[in-house]
Design a protein. Structure first.
Length: 289
């Protein structure tokens, strides 16, 4: 799933309440559904796996996934929820919400069932998420519902922006949960990252960064790469070169002056590094821009 091309289509946004003795019997849906448990408790079955839902929990139902919802303790279940496509398709406005099992769907309705693109993610979202910070997730869901209820001008575009924020929060929630060692060391990692971002006029060594983080340089490299996708030194080079690109494009400083201001040992070292990362020399980049 390419997050850079994410183009959600929100089909339903509704803060609804189910009252006993009503339950949602076994069904499949065409799209995705996010259901937040606001009040009450429920027993949710997804592909024969049973989950206990309580206030603050979030459920994600995926296309063609058999599921049912049963109320517990003979109390109402308030469940703000969204039905959506993660990527807009030509028939997105035509697809309805399904309340029936697969066996009762017509042939044309079965054609509405979306591909489960979440399955291809590096960290796929599970069906049941016990949120660490449910208030932030609930607020975004309620803001999306508000937009759909009021239908102000451009409400659909506003709702898409809110949904992308919501989706990123969920991805981060799962990422932290599966990488607890990152979360426990985040303050040190953030300290190193901020130091590198504010010291682009000089080179840095792993030894001094390890002292700053109060951990071994090998452990720092491993954690930093897991958190940011590159080592501390690679990150430092990237921010220095981003600054170099701005200076090349928007100032009249010579390349030698730029190399000196960014702490490179020589114009030759600067040119080699620039070409390695950008695929062109600094002079070719200036000419191009």
């Amino acid at each position: 799933m390419d997050l850079n091309t994410l183009s959600p289509y929100i089909r339903v946004a509704w803060d609804s309440t189910i009252y006993p003795p009503v339950n949602i019997t076994e069904r499949v849906i065409f799209d995705y559904e996010l259901m937040f448990v606001k009040e009450g408790e429920c027993e949710v079955s997804v592909e024969n796996v049973i989950y206990h839902g309580k206030p603050g929990d979030l459920f994600l139902f995926k296309p063609n996934q058999v599921h049912s919802i049963n109320l517990l303790h003979d109390k109402p279940l308030r469940q703000p929820h969204l039905h959506f496509d993660l990527y807009y398709r030509g028939d997105s406005p035509d697809v309805k919400v399904s309340y029936r099992p697969y066996s009762l769907l017509t042939e044309s309705e079965r054609g509405w069932i979306r591909e489960d693109v979440i399955a291809d993610m590096e960290d796929p979202l599970p069906n049941h998420i016990r949120l660490n910070k449910p208030a932030a997730i609930e607020q975004l869901i309620q803001e999306i519902i508000f937009e759909f209820e009021r239908k102000f001008p451009y409400y659909e575009t506003t709702a898409k922006g809110l949904f992308i924020q919501l989706w990123v929060l969920l991805l981060r929630e799962i990422h932290w949960r599966r990488n607890t060692h990152l979360q426990s060391n985040w303050e040190q990692l953030d300290r190193v990252k901020n130091y590198l971002s504010h010291h682009i006029d000089q080179e840095s060594t792993l030894d001094e960064l390890a002292d700053l983080a109060n951990m071994s340089k090998y452990y720092l490299c491993r954690l930093f790469k897991k958190a940011y996708g590159m080592t501390p030194i690679q990150y430092h080079v990237s921010v220095r070169l981003e600054k170099a690109k701005q200076m090349i494009q928007f100032t009249n400083l010579s390349l030698t002056q730029i190399a000196d201001e960014l702490g490179f040992q020589s114009i030759h070292a600067f040119s080699r590094t620039f070409h390695k990362w950008e695929g062109v020399s600094p002079s070719a980049y200036r000419k191009k821009k």
